[in-house]
Structure formats: C-alpha cells, structure tokens
Design a protein around this ligand. Structure first.
Ligand SMILES: *[C@@H]1O[C@H](CO)[C@@H](O)[C@H](O)[C@H]1NC(C)=O
Ligand SMILES: *[C@@H]1O[C@H](CO)[C@@H](O)[C@H](O)[C@H]1NC(C)=O
Ligand SMILES: *[C@@H]1O[C@H](CO)[C@@H](O)[C@H](O)[C@H]1NC(C)=O
Ligand SMILES: *[C@@H]1O[C@H](CO)[C@@H](O)[C@H](O)[C@H]1NC(C)=O
Ligand SMILES: *[C@@H]1O[C@H](CO)[C@@H](O)[C@H](O)[C@H]1NC(C)=O
Length: 841
C-alpha cells in the first residue's frame, strides 16, 4: 500500500509550505494535476499538506472533494492521509474503474455501491465520505450510494484535477452533501479546506481560481475536425464518433466554440466562413433547425446582413468573431462535433480484461488532429510525418499503425492494422483486425463503424451504408474438431433424442391388385447439436433455413423406410431449418465480430423431407367391397445408432393432412402402431373401402337380374323360347357384369364373400334355366298340340272347335318354386350374406 509520500494528493505530517492564492468566499482553488498524454515516471505531481490536528483515530469526520480525472488508471488515488510512515493509510480514497474503494484507519473497505459509479474522465465528480463510529456513507454526485465492506486493495496515481477538498470533524447531513454537490453552497471544512490551507505543490501543478458554481455548469465538449467536409459528410462523421454536430445553445457555448476554432483558424478555410454549425433552414426558409435532433434552435448568432443567401444557402458557418453566416451546404469546411461525457468509442480486437479498458474518447489534439484517448493507457493518434494513425501506449510505444487510404479518414469502423510491437499475441509485422465504434454488444457494427440493431443483420436488406450487414451471413459456426459423421452428444451423456413428426400429406393411389399404396408424406426430425452454434437466426415463424453448403457440413440423422415397394423412394424436397432464436450470447467486448451467437444446445435443428413413395400393404379382401385395410409406413434408424441416437416416444407426433375421402376409400385412424419404439417407427392408417359403388354396380344389378330371371317363371308356358331367352340373357348379363368387376379386383386365392355372392347368383340363374327346360319336357310342345284333331260337337247346327286343353294347368312345383322357394332363398341368402359381412368387418 502506498506509503507517504506517494505521487497523489498526499496529506502528510511533512513540510509546511505555501501554495495557492487567496480566494474569496464564493471562489475555489482548482488544482490541476494533469500529466498530459504521456506517463513519464519522473514527473510526479502532487499536493502536500502538513495537518495541524491528528485525525487518528477518526471519530466523526466528513471529507468532501470534487475531482476531474484525466484518464483511468487501474487505481486512481483521490487522496491519502498518513499519520506516519507506518500508518500510511489512515485515510486513503481511490477508485478502480467504476468502483470506489477506501482505507479508513488502515482498514481496507469496499464500498458496495447500488449501481456502478459512472465516473468518466474529464467530468467533475463530487465525493463525500461521511464517517461516524460504526458507520460510513459515501456520497457520489450528492447521492448516498454505498455501504462499507472489507476488501483487498492496491495503489496508484491520480491524473486529473481536484478542488473543494474539505474536512469536517462532524457528520454532514445528506441535504448538506447534496447542496455541496450541486454547487448551491461552497462549504469550507473546519478541519481542512483546500481553499485556505497552505498546500505545497509538487511537480507541474497548475492552480486556477474559479467561482464554485461554475464547477456545476459544464461546457459542452466540442472537438474540431480539421479536415474539410461538406455539411452532410460532417454530420455523418460526427455520428460515427457517436457525437452530434456542434450547435451552440448559448452565448457561452458559442464563445467556447470560437476558442476551439482559434488554433485552426488558418487551416479551416481561406474565407471567413470557418466552421460548419449543425443548423440548416433547408426545409423551411428562415427557420433554422438543429440537424441532429430536427428541432428549432432558440439561440442564433446571425448578425446582419446574414443570413442573406435565401433558399440557395441553407447551412450556417461560424465566423472568427463568433457570429454566424449562411453558406452553401456543399462547400467543404471544418466542422466540430459535440461529445457527451457518458458516450464513448470502443476499441475491439485486442485482449482487454475489463470492459472499461475498451473505452476511448475524443480528447485533445496531437499533431493537429483529434486524439482518441483510452480510459487507461492507450492512445490513437495521428502521425503527421508518415501520414498514419498510431496505436500507442502512454509510455510512448507504438503498438500498431494504420495507413488510411483516405488521409481525411479517421480510424473508425473495422480496419486492418499493422502490428508494430508484440500486441495480444500478434508479432510485429502481422496484421490485426481492430474496430473503433460506439457500438455496444446489443448492436452490430457495420464495417464503416455505424451501429445497427442485430435484427437488421442478414435480413436481405442493406442497412449499413457500406452494405456490410449482408456480408458473412453463414448461419452455422462449426467448432474446430467438428466431425460430421459423429453423432451429437445427448444431454447427460445419454443418447441423442430425435423427435419425429410424420405427416401424411395425401394418399395418391391405392392399387388393390398390386397391394400398394402411394403416399406423399413428410418426415420431420428435430434434434439438438450442442457442438454447434449459430448466427443470424430469425425468431419469426418461418425460421432460418440452412443453405445446402451448411447442411453438408453438419450431422443429419439417417433412417431407412423398410416396406417400400421396389425400394423406390422419391425425395421431393429436403430442408434443414432452425425455427427458434433462443438465448443469444452477446459478443464479447474484445470481439471485432459483433454477431449474436445462438448456442446449438438451445436451438433445435429440424430436417424436413418430403417424399412420394409406394408402400406394400397386406390388403384384406374377405369382406370385399366393405373391407378395412391397415397399411403401415415403417421407418427405422440404422443399427449403428444403437445407444447413440434414439427416437423420442413422448414427443413424437403423426398427422394426416390430406383429404380423408378418396374415390374408393376413407382414410381413418392415422397413428403410431404399437411396435413403434426407440429405433423403429411404424405409422399405421386404415383404408375403409367404400362399398356403395359396388352395391350400385354389382349387388343391385345382380338382384335385378335375379328378378328378371324370376319373372321369366311367370311368362306364359307356351312362350318357351321367350322364357328361355330371358333367363339365359339374365345369366349372360350377370356373367358380363361379374367379368368386368373381377378385372378390377385383386387376385387372391382365398375365398371372399363376394365369390359366394357370385356363386349364389349364378346358381340361381342357372337353376332357373334348368327349370325352364325341364318343366317344358312335362308339357306337350306347341307343335304337337297344334296337330291334335279338334273335337266337333253338334250343338244347334253350329260347330265349335275347341282344343282339348286350352290352358294346361301348371304343375304344383312351379307354383311353389316361383312363389315361395325362390324368393325365400334369395331373401334368406341376402340376410345371411349381409349379416356375415357386417359381423366380419
Ligand atoms: C451514442 O451511442 C449510443 C449507444 O450506441 C446511442 O444510444 C447514442 O444515441 C449515441 N449518441 C449519438 C449522439 O449518436
Ligand atoms: C495548419 O496547416 C499547416 C500547413 O498545412 C500545418 O503546418 C499546421 O500544422 C496546421 N495546423 C493545425 C493546427 O493543424
Ligand atoms: C515518442 O516517441 C517518438 C519516437 O517514437 C518521439 O519522437 C517522441 O518525442 C516521443 N514522445 C514523447 C512524449 O516522449
Ligand atoms: C479481418 O476480418 C475480415 C472479415 O471481417 C476477414 O476477411 C479478414 O481476413 C480479417 N483479417 C485479419 C488479418 O484477420
Ligand atoms: C407435426 O407437424 C404438423 C404439420 O407440420 C404440425 O401441425 C404439428 O403441430 C407438428 N407436431 C408437433 C408436436 O410439432
């Protein structure tokens, strides 16, 4: 730990010296302990004061001060109070980046602040440390923000300004602290005040006397860009710096801008119009608006005759005397940007340990051009001689250099730098991609240095002015050592789980003769590959489709469809997509590549394969045409997957999306069969045959033919040929009917119900014919009947000719057969037939 005297603001029991001029009640001394750009070890700069009272042991004490850091060091000591060489840390107040640390009575304290103290270089920070027995409160910018906790610590140097350092031997109230911080009061400490004490200035300390309330009125931070640009180019350049184009809001700001211009007076323009201001009256003549925020500007410093350019001269420039004049916007002049202390640039591509170390701000000028100054010890400065930008550390070692293609260009955006000294593992002479931009992790940096939101990356539209947001849109990032033939690991060293989802899109054809069904279907398999990571995922419904090249690089599951007809499978389409965009990792602060990275363990890959294929199906025709066929589609994983890959049994899904009613069938009950397991899936579906068509084309016509054949039994017995003709025709027509139907029916040797139907009808029709023929034998035939002699009976002289038996009586059998046996047989057969059909289905 620092022992007195260390370079810093040290308050020690040492020499009594004079330092500082007398100040009035409302004035304060501002001691400037600036070191400039370089860290030169010999130039120690500090203040020293011999304390009149012993503050040790501390009881009630308030220490307040206001400091402005010049840069960040690992540790910035604000002040230290030592009672002796041994007790060097009676009071030591310092910060590490955004964290405030303290030693009180030689005890290390960590002040756990509710949120990080955003201590930026070059802005005033007001601190009050209020100590009372058992309690310690830290106030930053007037607000209580910490409670103490014991912690480890180290020491280093303060670069910056200090003022208003005061010690009180009492506890200041929160309200008092707030008033001090807000410059409402200028309280002086009763134990010590930097404004009244005799302070010895060591080294190159500058002393300035200002009114205390000026400390709270911050001047805008203007930086002049000494290259000549048009107004629009200036605006773009300021935006690349994450700054706005200067628009002085008051006469003080305007005077300050005039001072900023002063050193560059001869270099900016040969005319009196020296410096572009960020105002324009382009939209409406005479109405001057701030180009950065498109708002009307209240403060204007035109002096007659300006503005005089009407609608031709729509931009305004600063004259050396501070007044404004209008000019044509396309003329090239110097410009100035206004930087906010809380906004900075970030250098990516090096190997910093802390995020703060990437921060850079535009401050000072070196060799006539703005200097980009790191929060810690890096600088990016212009080298006039070699016309290049240099990355240096504050010990004046050149680490890398950049020769810009355009000398007016700043080293913003992604550039390839030449390494000049060992830098983050790169040797001198190699090149290194570095980027400087205001972009944070939730942004993507265009190569030009613009920041765009991540969702605009690779969205098929140009958002960066250089189009670099549509470059390098590869989705899959393979780790080194990725082997696509190795299956991805499952979670907890178990097998990889693949979730199947099979969709039958439609049944294209059912061939009953060949016993095949032709199906258009989709196999969708979902899995996780933890080894991979992805970029540019879309969180919208359509997801992200991997390119063919990407698909070729990664592992995809294999499977076989086992009951294909002829082994033939037609692949219509194959896509691999990712439909989620879960848990993106923001780019590391050192990474030049600013893409979000999506872990493969959280975003599933989905392979979708659309096929047309014919499957064999064991058709059941017993109850034809009312039969139900159960067909399957079998999918199995290769045997090499055993113990590595398995199909999910809980999450699997199967759907049928096609029309349920086909011409001859209804498709019903699509589901996974009971034999589906971890390595095998069988999708079952039922084809219910539509019998109605066959009923109309076979059964009802058969019954009609039976009826015709039956009706022939009622024809006059004399008309034998007609009877025979009708019944024989019925048989022939039925045969034709059967023949045509048989052609469309599958060939099976097993007896089907329909064969019984055919047999029955044919039997009945044949029996009818036989009956016609045999009954004919029993009757005299027509010819014989005609040749019989007629009997003549005398009856009153008339002769009446009468055949012996004009109407022969039917045999009893025929009457019984046609009235009872045949209808009874048909009805009984039908009842039995249809009942059997119903029962067997
Ligand atoms: C600076 O960058 C931050 C973060 O990228 C942004 O929010 C802010 O608007 C920028 N400021 C200017 C003046 O462009
Ligand atoms: C102005 O220009 C001259 C000559 O071009 C150059 O020597 C000088 O350094 C420049 N001044 C500034 C402040 O850039
Ligand atoms: C830094 O080094 C350069 C040479 O590399 C030298 O010309 C320059 O004077 C040095 N600057 C300081 C401040 O030491
Ligand atoms: C710098 O990055 C670009 C892509 O952004 C790459 O093409 C190039 O090879 C990189 N150069 C070096 C030296 O790493
Ligand atoms: C399976 O796919 C179908 C159609 O693509 C879809 O409607 C269904 O939701 C999917 N099921 C699951 C579990 O993802």
């Amino acid at each position: 730990m620092p022992h007195c005297p260390l370079p810093a603001l040290l308050l020690c029991f040492l020499t009594l010296s004079t330092g500082g001029e007398e100040v009035e009640e409302q004035e304060v001394r501002v001691y400037s302990l600036q070191r400039g750009v370089w860290t030169i070890p010999s130039t120690s700069v500090y203040l020293r004061y011999n304390f009149p009272v012993d503050l040790n042991p501390v009881t009630h004490l308030t220490v307040c001060y206001r400091i402005r850091l010049e840069k960040f060091a690992d540790y910035n000591i604000h002040l230290s109070y030592a009672t002796s060489e041994k007790d060097a840390n009676s009071l030591l107040l310092y910060n590490m980046a955004t964290q405030m640390l303290a030693y009180v009575n030689n005890l290390q304290q960590t002040l756990v602040t509710t949120e990080p103290l955003e201590i930026y270089p070059e802005t005033w920070n007001h601190f009050c440390h209020v100590l009372e027995p058992g309690a310690y409160t830290l106030y930053w910018q007037g607000k209580a923000s910490a409670s103490p906790r014991v912690h480890q610590g180290l020491s280093i140097v303060l670069h910056g300004d200090i003022t208003q350092l005061n010690f009180w031997d009492r506890v200041l109230s929160a309200a008092e602290v707030e008033d001090l911080a807000a410059c409402r009061i200028n309280g002086r400490g009763n134990v010590f005040s930097l404004d009244t004490a005799d302070v010895k200035m060591m080294g190159d300390v500058l002393l300035d006397i200002v009114r205390h309330n000026e400390l709270c009125r911050s001047l805008p931070h203007y930086m002049l860009l000494p290259e000549r640009r048009s107004v629009s180019a200036s605006l773009v350049q300021c935006h690349l710096f994450n700054a706005s184009m200067s628009v002085p809001g008051s006469i003080q700001d305007n005077d300050y801008l005039k001072q900023v211009l002063l050193p560059f007076m001869d270099n900016c323009s040969s005319t009196p119009w020296k410096l572009w201001l960020g105002v324009t009256d382009q939209a409406e003549e005479g109405v001057w608006v701030d180009m950065n925020v498109k708002k009307f500007v209240e403060f204007q410093n035109f002096v007659s005759p300006f503005p005089y350019g009407g609608s031709v001269e729509n931009c305004a420039a600063l004259f050396p005397d501070g007044t404004w004049g209008d000019a044509k916007c396309s003329i090239k002049k110097c410009s100035s940007c206004e930087f906010k202390p809380s906004e900075f640039l970030r250098l990516r591509g090096l190997c910093f340990e802390e995020e703060q170390q990437t921060r850079f701000r535009v401050a000072d000028y070196v060799n006539g051009r703005p200097l980009l100054r790191g929060f810690y010890d890096l600088l990016i400065m212009w080298d006039n001689e070699n016309a290049q930008w240099l990355l240096r550390n504050t010990a004046n070692t050149t680490l890398a250099s950049l020769s810009p293609s355009d000398l007016e260009e700043y080293p913003l955006g992604q550039k390839i730098w030449l390494v000049r000294d060992l830098l983050c593992g790169s040797h001198a002479g190699t090149s290194l991609n570095l980027s400087v931009s205001p972009c944070l992790g939730h942004h993507f940096m265009c190569r030009s240095g613009e920041c765009i939101a991540h969702q605009h990356r690779c969205n098929m539209r140009y958002e960066c002015s250089d189009g670099s947001d549509e470059d390098d849109c590869d989705i899959v990032n393979l780790p080194s050592g990725y082997r696509r033939h190795l299956t991805p690991p499952g979670t907890d060293s178990s097998s990889l789980i693949i979730t199947p989802n099979i969709t039958i899109n439609r049944i294209m054809a059912v061939d009953e003769r060949d016993m095949t069904v032709t199906i258009e279907f989709q196999v969708k398999l979902t899995w996780l590959d933890e080894r991979l990571s992805f970029s540019h995922l879309e969180s919208t419904n359509k997801g992200t489709v991997l390119s063919r090249e990407d698909v070729k690089k990664i592992w995809t599951p294999l499977y076989r469809l086992s009951n294909l007809k002829g082994g033939h499978l037609q692949l219509l389409e194959e896509t691999v997509r990712i439909t989620t965009a879960r848990h993106p990792k923001h780019p590391d602060f050192n990474n030049v590549k600013m893409d979000l990275v999506y872990p493969g363990g959280d975003n599933e890959l989905i392979i979708t394969q659309d096929y047309i294929a014919s499957f064999t199906c064991p058709f059941e025709f017993y109850t034809y045409p009312f039969d139900i066929h159960v067909c399957t589609l079998n999918l199995c994983l290769p045997s090499t997957y055993e113990n590595f890959v398995e199909l999910s049994e809980e999450m699997r899904d199967v759907t049928f999306t096609g029309p349920q009613e086909l011409t001859m069938f209804s498709v019903l009950n699509v589901h996974y069969g009971p034999d589906s397991g971890k390595y095998h899936l069988s999708v079952e579906f039922e084809l219910h045959c539509h019998g109605s068509a066959i009923v109309l084309s076979l059964f009802i016509p058969s019954l009609f033919l039976l009826a015709i054949s039956w009706s022939s039994l009622f024809v006059k017995w004399e008309a034998f040929s007609s009877r025979l003709m009708v019944s024989v025709s019925a048989l022939l027509v039925f045969y034709t009917l059967r023949f045509t139907l048989i052609g469309s029916m599958p060939m099976t040797l097993a007896i089907k119900l329909i064969d019984i139907w055919f047999f029955f009808i044919i039997s009945v029709l044949s029996v009818n014919i036989i009956i016609h023929i045999f009954i004919q034998e029993e009757f005299p035939n027509d010819e014989a009947f005609k040749k019989k002699p007629l009997f003549v009976r005398p009856a009153g002289g008339a002769v009446i000719l009468t055949p012996e038996s004009i109407q022969p009586s039917h045999p009893k059998f025929i009457t019984i057969y046609r009235r009872i046996i045949l209808p009874g047989l048909i009805v009984t057969f039908n009842i039995i037939f249809w009942l059997t059909l119903l029962l067997l289905r």
